[in-house]
Design a protein. Structure first.
Length: 488
């Protein structure tokens, strides 16, 4: 292990096993928040022999969910191979923040808001068809453009969505190729559950802006002290999960997907093979016990890049549909006078990006893109303050709205998408305890059970994680947000 000094702290550099293409791992942690050694070993295994363009990055919320191929909160840049094992099978899971023009609502209004949300998007979800087959294909091809028309989203709001909510498909074969290659069964299934949020670590949380930390950035973004905000964490929808599992043998393989894949994968990959050698290659890539890398500049790489872009577009439209629905419900139940999207930011992505003058494939798993002002030139707001970065805690702690800083170049322009594992770890180790002011969050569930008051913890865990990002100039904090009600 060696340590590289910086102006704002120290970056740990973990030596990887020596092979010609291996890099050391760049670890952003602290003495009180050290990266898990076992998870570091798992990451080294996942990238061993890869055509890395830069050291893999480990961010503060680094942990390994045992059913996944690689740990969470990482960024990996490769030169010419797509590495499914350092990406989530379901791309374009993400979070968004809405500023609401309303005083803090009463408990009855809050209960009405969440009841309408549970009625519109129940869990377990129904098989209600929300889209036509044609609309699914439009989602995959047009992304946010479809959402502005279908769900009446103001096109001006797209300035606050990463990539303006649309990946251009022309370089991957165009919309016509999506229509030809997206399987009919997948299209039919993707008509359902559009906009469903669901439980687990997904949430819809009402918050209050408790503290402004960067007044200039807050003013430009449209955030003020005492303001009510609505933050939500949602996936990318049915299409994103199915596409991810069509292209590889993933360890995260829900039972409900197995029957679908048993039918659809052979039809997509084997029945369309043009030669015996292509048949053998596809059996190895998509049906072996592994999830091998795929060369970007190959026929299979082109197919996967097209599928990835289509899934990303569907995910953008999916989350914008949620945005418009939440705005409408807030207007009807909470007395909201107006609202504004502050940011929509995905945290499971694979983009082709420029890195030090070379084009790379940048895989972010449970980490979000963090472009500083220098990489956002021309954007009316982000070009002055940097791309907004949401760093939520738990529903029992504060969350932060941040913006990317110029030191993000050291982290592959990436930041962690949350701090839940850090907060839980601090509580287990006795480093965090009850909130000294005795605050709480009213927690709603998808069941009919009455909501419960959840006592808050102090902010030691999230503050340490955000502090690591700040010390390395990856982000600048803009506002601290305090939750008062949540649906999980």
């Amino acid at each position: 292990m060696s340590v590289a000094d910086t102006d704002e702290g120290q970056i740990r550099v973990i030596a990887a096993p020596a092979t010609p293409d291996d890099y050391d791992t760049r670890v952003f942690d602290s003495p009180i928040l050290p990266a898990d050694p076992e998870a570091l070993t798992a990451l080294a295994d996942a990238v061993r022999g890869a055509d890395l363009a830069a050291p893999p990055v480990v961010l503060p919320d680094f942990h390994h969910e045992r059913h996944m191929e690689a740990p969470c909160s990482i960024a990996v840049a490769t030169r010419n191979t797509i590495r499914p094992t350092v990406n989530n099978a379901s791309v374009n899971c993400g979070m968004a923040l809405i500023a609401l023009d309303v005083e803090r609502p009463r408990t009855g209004a809050i209960a009405d808001f969440y009841e309408r949300l549970r009625t519109r998007y129940p869990y377990p979800p129904t098989m209600r068809r929300d889209l036509t087959s044609r609309e699914v294909l439009r989602c995959a091809a047009e992304g946010s453009t479809f959402a502005t028309e279908r769900f009446d989203v103001d096109p001006g709001e797209l300035d606050r969505v990463e990539e303006r909510g649309r990946i251009d498909l022309e370089s991957f074969g165009g919309p016509g190729r999506v229509r030809r290659e997206l399987p009919r069964l997948i299209v039919q299934l993707s008509r359902t559950r559009f906009g469903t949020i669901g439980p687990s670590n997904h949430f819809v949380e009402l918050q209050e802006v408790e503290e402004i930390l960067d007044p200039m950035a807050a003013d430009l973004l449209g955030v003020s002290a005492g303001q009510v905000t609505l933050q939500y964490h949602a996936g990318g929808g049915v299409l994103t999960g199915l596409v991810g599992r069509l292209y590889g043998r993933r360890t995260d393989f829900p039972r409900r997907h197995r029957a679908i894949m048993a039918v659809q994968k052979p039809l997509l990959h084997l029945a369309t093979a043009r030669s015996l050698s292509e048949l053998r290659l596809r059996k190895f890539l998509y049906f072996s016990g592994e999830c091998p890398p795929i060369p970007r500049d190959s026929r299979e790489g082109a197919r996967l890049m097209l599928a990835n872009a289509a899934a990303m577009n569907y995910g953008f439209a999916f989350r914008l549909a949620i945005y418009q629905a939440l705005r409408s419900m807030a207007l009807e139940t909470l007395g909201v006078r107006s609202s504004k999207l502050i940011v929509d930011s995905p945290h499971d992505t694979m983009y082709e990006e420029d890195l030090d003058g070379q084009k790379v494939l940048l895989h972010r798993y449970k980490s979000c893109r963090a472009y500083p002002p220098s990489r956002m030139a021309g954007h009316p707001v982000f070009g002055r303050v940097g791309q907004p970065v949401l760093v939520p805690g738990l529903h029992s702690t504060s969350s932060y709205l941040c913006v990317a800083d110029e030191g993000a170049s050291e982290s592959l322009y990436s930041a962690c998408h949350g701090t839940g594992s850090v907060i839980s770890d601090f509580a287990r180790r006795g480093l965090s305890g009850p909130d000294p002011r005795g605050r709480s969050t009213l927690r709603f569930r998808y069941s009919d059970a009455a909501p419960v008051e959840v006592p808050h913890l102090d902010d030691h865990g999230i503050d340490e994680a955000v502090g690591v990002l700040v010390r390395h100039r990856i982000v600048r904090p803009v506002a601290r947000l305090r939750p008062f009600a949540v649906l999980t």
